[in-house]
Design a protein around this ligand. Structure first.
Ligand code: 3HC
Length: 692
């Protein structure tokens, strides 16, 4: 037998036809793969010597899904349903042999095979929801027939990649086979199926697992209610749920029709476009134009962290989670003890929820040791300084690090906006200095801004990017400027939110508009959560801002039961008449003229200056590309993924509209709104950020 096409091979191994896909990087179902599969299955069925068929993939993974790059274009070659029909309708048993990941369309193909075997390291899932989609190749109808309705709901609305062992327990995988022995084991399994005369099991005909949910709409209602907060604003989770309802209530073919209709609706909508953009943006951000993929990396086998506060402790956990030992430095024993105790408490909380085992708690805590001596950092490969945001303190620490750390060690600062070149200048090795800006809580938040200073070496950048991936962060390389990319843009929104209050909008009006836009919370609710007194000094407070007045009244946020909002015992927020009065009095005192501020103005005043600032950041070369800015905002600041990010949103609204508003605000309110020359240029040329 033969090569079917450049990505598909069909060979006969005794009485088993083996179809092998080889379409790097992830064997996605491109036109060539689909056509290859279709032809290979047709040929394998016609081959008299073949009694069974094994589908297996070369490279790092089984099929990882439809080819997302083909979405939106014309469909060429065999369609996915045609391929699936060829597999499911095969007259010989088909065994899918899974390694790596069987995701989306990949799992949907495997679900058409009559049997599935997998190595223990494989993972299976339907992650379409994360692309703003639903499984559009029968997955919504087949998965619940295999794993039951409740598991299917959880899997499809989270997109979780289920480990093979769990998949075996769920019935998704028929047999786990030894790592590295997939081909042989799949062939043996196929022969066993033939020898035992096992049936051609078609999932589409298996309805038993659906029975439990028949006539029980309350199962779906309860699932929607329990996840309402998580799904808020997103269309795809709801559409996935509707498809599973259809699987329960309709015959298979009619369920497929519902799936098809809802899939096409999602595919043509703006949410999925934004979410697919986000997928590629995140991967694009890993590519640094002047740092080649093969740039040597510095082995990081031990990490030092200075500061055992919330930030330092959270950062330490990231490394312990992947088995890298950490030494945590503090000045005083009690602060160190507190820091280590908090880390243990955090791990124990995760364990109590089933996230890790009690043994893992001990293993991870054992990897984090404390010290009061900076000299303990002499053998670490990377130090991350996470102390107060004060330049003099940081300079002092870096001077000491320069003397203590071994040559080649990476010296990183977690500053959220200070000048890293100035910090690097106190060392004799500025090439080793970099910014690693984690977001709080650092053990949870996905974003890592990696800040490249003037002299940072390519090795240090490449190492930082790789290390970020290892510890599960989404890294974005940015340049040195006040606030870097994330906080610099946030500054625009914060400033406008404060100004709008002085013009007559109430904090809860502003929060509501931004919450409805899709942010998890608005700036004032956020302040209450964080504590209004961060950076506030009682002795120096003279009622010079609304915040000062609120803090002076001991309205310091959620922790004191009141801040901008009033809180009940369960920390539910209510607009506060006290705050409203404070604001009104303050406005009178400052002689401002309050007016009615519309929701539209709130949104435009808060968001458009962010887009404009993003354009300035690009102009100055502080971000490599517009999509990097969007990755920062999605992963660090709660920008709703279904709205892409500030730059994507700007393109979507239309840059001429954004520019016109900035010009209007500039004329009325001054230079804070001065349009960026890049924004003006793009509009003049009829272009958008995506053209850059
Ligand atoms: N289509 C096209 N390209 C894809 C792809 C896909 N489904 N999945 C991954 N790629 C590309 C990536 O863009 C990347 O390209 P690059 O090297 O040029 O940047 C390359 O493959 C490697 O990807 P990663 O960097 O993400 O590699 P990892 O090893 O970290 O992760 C993975 C591998 C887990 C497979 C991850 O890529 C992934 O989650 N992919 C998407 C899976 C998915 O969402 N599948 C569903 C698709 S929609 C669908 O199937 C619809 C159907 O129901 C009809």
């Amino acid at each position: 037998m033969s090569q079917i096409n450049p990505v598909t091979d069909l060979t006969l191994d005794g009485d088993v036809a083996v179809i092998t896909l080889n379409s790097p990087p992830v064997n996605a179902l491109s036109a060539a793969v689909r056509q290859g599969l279709f032809d290979a299955f047709t040929q394998a069925n016609a081959e008299a010597a073949a009694k069974s068929i094994v589908l297996i993939c070369d490279g790092r993974t089984f099929i990882a899904g439809a080819d997302i790059t083909e979405f939106g274009g014309a469909m060429a070659g065999a369609s996915l349903p045609q391929v699936q029909e060829a597999i499911e309708g095969s007259s010989k048993p088909v065994v899918a042999a899974i390694h790596g990941t069987a995701l989306g369309g990949g799992l949907e193909v495997a679900l058409c095979a009559h049997y599935r075997v997998a190595v223990p390291s494989a993972r299976l899932g339907l992650p379409e929801v994360n692309l703003g989609l639903l499984p559009g190749a029968g997955g919504t109808q087949r998965l619940p027939r295999v794993v039951g309705v409740e598991t299917a709901l959880a899997m499809m609305t989270s997109g979780r990649h289920v480990p093979a062992k769990e998949a075996k327990a769920l019935g998704l995988v028929d047999e786990l086979v030894e790592e590295g022995q997939l081909r042989e084991a799949a062939l043996a399994f196929a022969r066993k199926v033939v020898a035992e005369g096992r049936p051609l099991a078609k999932i589409r005909d298996q309805n038993e697992k659906l029975e439990a949910a028949k006539g029980k709409p309350e199962i779906f209602a309860a699932f929607r209610k329990a996840n309402a907060r998580k799904f808020r604003g997103f269309l795809a989770p709801e559409y996935n749920i509707r498809c599973i309802e259809a699987a329960v209530n309709l015959p298979f073919e009619e369920g497929l029709e519902v799936e098809r209709k809802l899939f096409l609706e999602l595919m043509s909508g703006s949410q999925s476009a934004a979410q697919r953009y986000a997928f590629f943006a995140e991967r694009q951000a890993q590519k640094i134009p002047d740092v080649a993929d093969d740039t040597p990396v510095i082995p990081v086998n031990k990490v030092g962290i200075i500061g055992a506060g919330t930030m330092g402790g959270g950062i330490a956990m990231n490394f312990a989670n992947v088995g890298i030992p950490v030494v945590l430095i503090e000045v005083k024993q009690d602060a160190l003890d507190r820091g280590l105790a908090t880390i243990r408490k955090n791990y124990e909380r995760t364990a109590s929820r089933g996230g890790i085992t009690p043994e893992q708690v001990e293993e991870r805590c054992a990897l984090i040791t404390g010290s009061l001596q900076m000299e303990s950092l002499s053998d670490v490969d990377l130090v991350i300084e996470a102390v107060f945001e004060r330049m003099d303190i940081k300079k002092d620490i870096f001077t000491k690090l320069d003397a203590i750390c071994k040559p080649g060690a990476i010296l990183a600062t977690n500053t959220s906006g200070l000048d890293i070149d100035e910090i690097a200048a106190v060392t004799k090795r500025p090439e080793s200095v970099i910014g690693l800006h984690f977001f709080s809580p650092a053990n949870v938040m996905k974003l890592l801004e990696i800040v490249r200073a003037d002299h940072t070496s390519k090795e240090v950048i490449a190492t930082s990017m790789k290390l970020a991936k290892k510890i599960g962060k989404v890294a974005v390389l940015v340049g040195v400027c006040p606030g870097f990319v994330g906080n610099r843009i946030l500054g625009q929104r914060q400033r406008e939110a404060q100004k709008l209050v002085m013009e007559g909008a109430m904090p809860w009006d502003i929060d509501r508009v931004l919450y409805d836009f899709g942010f998890p919370m608005g700036p004032f609710a956020m302040s209450d959560l964080a504590g209004l007194d961060i950076g506030w000094v009682k002795e120096r407070s003279k009622g010079e801002s609304i915040r000062d007045v609120l803090c002076e009244m001991d309205r310091r946020g959620q922790k004191t039961g009141a801040g901008y909002y009033d809180y009940d015992e369960a920390r539910n927020a209510k607009p506060s008449p006290v705050t409203e009065q404070v604001i009104k009095d303050f406005i009178v005192k400052t002689g401002a003229n309050p007016r009615d501020v519309s929701d539209e103005e709130i949104l435009e005043r808060c968001i458009y200056p962010m887009i404009n600032e993003g354009a300035k950041i690009l102009e100055e070369g502080k971000a490599i590309r517009p999509s990097d800015i969007d990755v920062v905002w999605q992963n660090g600041y709660g920008w709703p993924v279904y709205r892409g990010g500030p730059m994507w949103y700007g393109d979507h609204v239309g840059l001429p509209k954004v520019l016109a508003k900035m010009q209007e605000f500039h004329a009325k309110m001054g230079d804070q709104f001065k349009p960026s020359p890049l924004l003006e240029k793009l509009v003049a040329e009829g272009k958008s950020f995506k053209d850059l």
